[in-house]
Write a protein that binds this ligand. Structure first.
Ligand code: EPZ
Length: 418
């Protein structure tokens, strides 16, 4: 098991460069099999989720040429084999191979995807979309077989603006016969990045980034080149770390519109920032932070993935703050560990109430999921003394070179195998 050790209480200054977006990359890699030729994707983050998806490409006999932060994916000799549980359970996003293989071969056999324990995370909306396109679904002991004689365009309404369902249905529909409309589609930037990639291959997708996506099915998808957008959640995590202990800390390669909700909440707290064209500099962490409330929402609302690191910042605000999590039912697993570090937090239903400011003192904590792990890193950097984070593998799934990036701006942080 990997553990991260941090000597906290230090001011961080310098520049951190944001990598390619994990939540775009994990959809782009499965989407790449839809081409009949070759797809080149650059700005791919070197994170363990990328490794896990490339392993699945290999069992599908897809040729993957991987160099620093880029992938060349060639499907010439590809085989549509069953994706076994040992591969699919490594990450939730393995489910994008359902839409991609269904879209390409009209048949997919795979096990239910893994992922964080932040909620039940059913895939009913994905399956509803596949059925609307003409597929039948059998599910024996967690193994899904999804197949269709023919995939025909359909009008699909999503009861919830699910990111995964929106992307998965898009993947299944790009080569279906006729027109598909996805209503109440999710509008996250990663969806736009995937739609752009597919259109670069010759797909006909309109409206990505709005709540209505129109897809005209095509027969052939050709060679293309594509770039992963910067990771807005990685960016937001480092901006929050800057607010905790930056003096100053510049986060580079950011699309500011993608972190609008976070920036406005940080301004409410009284954080001094400079927001440039493609960077955010946190000038210093002020003495007094004003308490504020956040409620997570779908994009462009406050990102649920930033709720956990942001809660760390609220422990330093003067007064009572509230955090309401509306997207996932079990996304407060970081809170017991924040309390062990000295935070004063109570939870009632989906709302955490934080009274501050409280001094954080280093101790042993656990990364229960990816963003809870990021919250532990943020808290450990702020806390006086040593913080040890176990299950650090979770963190490496979504933060490329996190040890190197933080060390370069003055953090005393290291990772070791035990
Ligand atoms: C994506 O998860 C992200 N993961 C999550 O990031 C992110 O938190 C989430 O979108 C919301 O923005 C990836 O992109 C790989 P959803 P996804 O479908 O697609 C319910 C991270 O830390 N739902 O929008 O699973 C679901 O249970 C991860 O990087 C259904 O009920 O999110 C949840 O409560 C964590 N049925 C809500 O909708 C369905 O068929 C949002 O899920 C699908 C979803």
């Amino acid at each position: 098991m990997k553990i991260i050790e941090i000597e906290g209480g230090r001011q961080l200054s310098g520049t951190i460069r944001v990598s390619g977006a994990k939540n775009a990359t994990v959809a782009l890699i499965p989407a790449a099999i839809l081409t009949d030729e070759e797809a080149t994707i650059c700005n791919v983050p070197e994170i363990t989720d990328t490794d896990a998806l490339c392993d699945i490409l290999k069992i599908l006999n897809v040729k993957v040429n991987r160099s620093t932060e880029s992938l060349v994916i060639n499907t010439k000799d590809m085989k549509n084999v069953s994706i076994e549980e040992e591969y699919s359970k490594k990450l939730r996003a393995s489910y994008y191979f359902m839409g991609a293989l269904l879209g390409k071969y009209k048949k997919v056999e795979m096990y239910f995807p893994g992922g964080c324990s932040i909620g039940a995370r059913p895939i009913n909306l994905h399956l509803k979309g596949f059925e609307a396109l003409g597929a039948t679904i059998t599910n024996e002991k967690n193994k899904y077989i999804v197949e269709a004689k023919e995939l025909k365009g359909a009008n699909i309404y999503l009861d919830f603006a699910s990111v995964g369902a929106t992307i998965n249905i898009m993947l299944a529909a790009v080569r279906a016969k006729g027109k598909t409309i996805i209503d109440n589609a999710a509008k996250e930037p990663e969806i736009v990045n995937v739609a752009t990639f597919l259109n670069n291959m010759g797909a006909k997708i309109q409206g990505a980034g709005t709540s209505t996506i129109k897809i005209e099915g095509v027969d052939h998808l050709h060679k293309c080149f594509h770039e992963v957008i910067p990771d807005r959640i990685e960016a937001g995590t480092y901006i929050i770390i800057g607010a905790l202990c930056g003096n100053p800390l510049k986060i580079d390669n950011v699309i500011p519109e993608h972190v609008d909700a976070l920036i406005s909440k940080l301004e409410e707290l009284g954080i001094n920032m400079e927001v440039g064209l493609d960077y955010v500099t946190v000038l210093n962490s002020p003495e007094i932070l004003k308490a504020t409330n956040i409620k997570t929402a779908v994009f462009p609302g406050f990102a649920t993935d930033l709720q956990q690191p942001f809660t760390v910042l609220l422990t330093q605000a003067e007064g009572r703050s509230k955090v309401t999590e509306t997207i996932f039912e079990n996304r407060f697993m970081h809170i017991p560990y924040l309390k062990a570090l000295g935070a004063d937090i109570t939870i009632k239903n989906q709302t955490a109430t934080i009274d501050g400011p409280t001094k954080l003192k280093g101790t042993e904590v656990v990364a229960t999921d990816l963003r809870a792990g990021a919250a532990m890193v943020a808290a450990g950097l702020k806390a006086e003394g040593k913080t040890t984070i176990t299950n650090a593998e979770h963190i490496l799934r979504g933060y490329e070179q996190i040890i190197e990036k933080l060390t370069a701006v003055g953090a005393k942080i290291r990772i070791k195998e035990i």
